[in-house]
Design a protein around this ligand. Structure first.
Ligand SMILES: Nc1ncnc2c1ncn2[C@@H]1O[C@H](COP(=O)(O)OP(=O)(O)OP(=O)(O)O)[C@@H](O)[C@H]1O
Ligand SMILES: [Mg+2]
Length: 285
């Protein structure tokens, strides 16, 4: 799209056992990641993560490829949001690394981390907009913080982002004036403010009716197809997983590691039993 050309660019826990489990998980998928994935944008290696004092996952090894939609799935409480907070650099892992374009996200200096973080957009589970700002101001705010764009250009880009998510004409609306679905889309527009090459979305469809959830899935696919944006999408909605996922990662709440990594349809057919059961929830045979 026209706008993408002038882009403002934006432990060992578990030890051998976790490693074995992770290796097992990687063998499960047809798109198994080689040591260095040539299409890889982010490489996650032997990651162990905690929430508070709780080790929620360990032995996580996977890649996020350029221009793919990677779904992070698993039952409530398995650690999806915790993983996302680690992938964006908000929390430090107990062990392992997250390499972004070859750069270690958690072990560089503050400036290097800030430069990396400008390259991806994030929409957290709560996904709140700043309620005292209009939609346009919400989308322009990251531009004001992180770019030197002039006011007119910020305005032009914010209108473009809002149009992209179907909120043309919503520039001056306040968040309180919006429906739930519109608020989610506006939050997505804000995550797109800095034209990220990678977008992290935590349950973007939660709380939406099926029609609006499907609309959001469509938006995600459009971003991938038209802007080449890679998307990591956390969800436990089967319809979304099947609709958008090029590949999916399953975080097991009992094993505390990933037990599957591959194309969703392939996992539905040939994944481990717990993953097949997860993907068949609500399906009447
Ligand atoms: N700050 C915290 N302190 C202690 N425990 C936490 C904290 N945050 C999360 N947890 C626990 O860590 C585990 C993982 O939580 P997380 O929010 O990552 O799960 P999730 O997979 O995103 O779940 P959901 O699908 O419900 O959003 C849960 O057992 C949760 O209770
Ligand atoms: Mg969560």
């Amino acid at each position: 799209m026209a706008d993408s050309a002038d882009v403002e660019q934006q432990a060992g826990e578990g030890g051998a056992e976790a490693a074995t489990r992770a290796a097992g998980a990687r063998a499960a998928g047809p798109h198994d990641a080689p040591e260095r994935d040539p299409e890889g944008l982010v490489a996650v290696r032997a990651l162990a993560i905690a929430a508070g004092n709780l080790v929620v996952q360990s032995g996580l090894t996977f890649d996020i490829r350029r221009g793919e939609v990677l779904v992070v799935m698993g039952p409530s409480g398995c650690g999806k949001s915790t993983l996302l907070r680690h992938l964006v650099g908000l929390e430090r892992p107990l062990a392992g690394q997250v390499f972004y374009d070859g750069q270690d996200l958690h072990h560089g200096d503050v400036e290097a981390l800030a430069a990396l973080r400008r390259r991806f957009g994030v929409m957290f589970q709560a996904g709140a907009l700043w309620s005292s700002m209009s939609l346009g101001e919400n989308v322009m705010f990251p531009m004001r913080l992180f770019t030197r764009l002039g006011a007119a250009e910020r305005r032009r880009r914010a209108r473009f982002k809002l149009a992209l998510v179907g909120l043309d004409g919503g520039f001056d609306l306040m968040p309180a004036q919006l429906s739930g679905g519109m608020r989610k889309r506006a939050a997505l527009a804000r995550a797109l403010a800095l034209e990220p090459e990678l977008l992290y979305l935590d349950e973007p469809g939660s709380g939406l009716d099926p029609l609006n959830a499907a609309r959001l899935d469509e938006l995600v696919l459009n971003l991938r197809d038209h802007l080449g944006t890679a998307v990591v999408m956390v969800t436990h909605e089967n319809a979304s997983i099947m609709a958008v996922g090029d590949r999916a990662l399953y975080l097991d709440p009992l094993a505390h590691t990933m037990t599957a990594y591959g194309a969703p349809r392939e996992l539905l057919r040939n994944g481990p039993p717990e993953v097949r059961a997860f993907l068949q929830r609500g399906v009447v045979a």
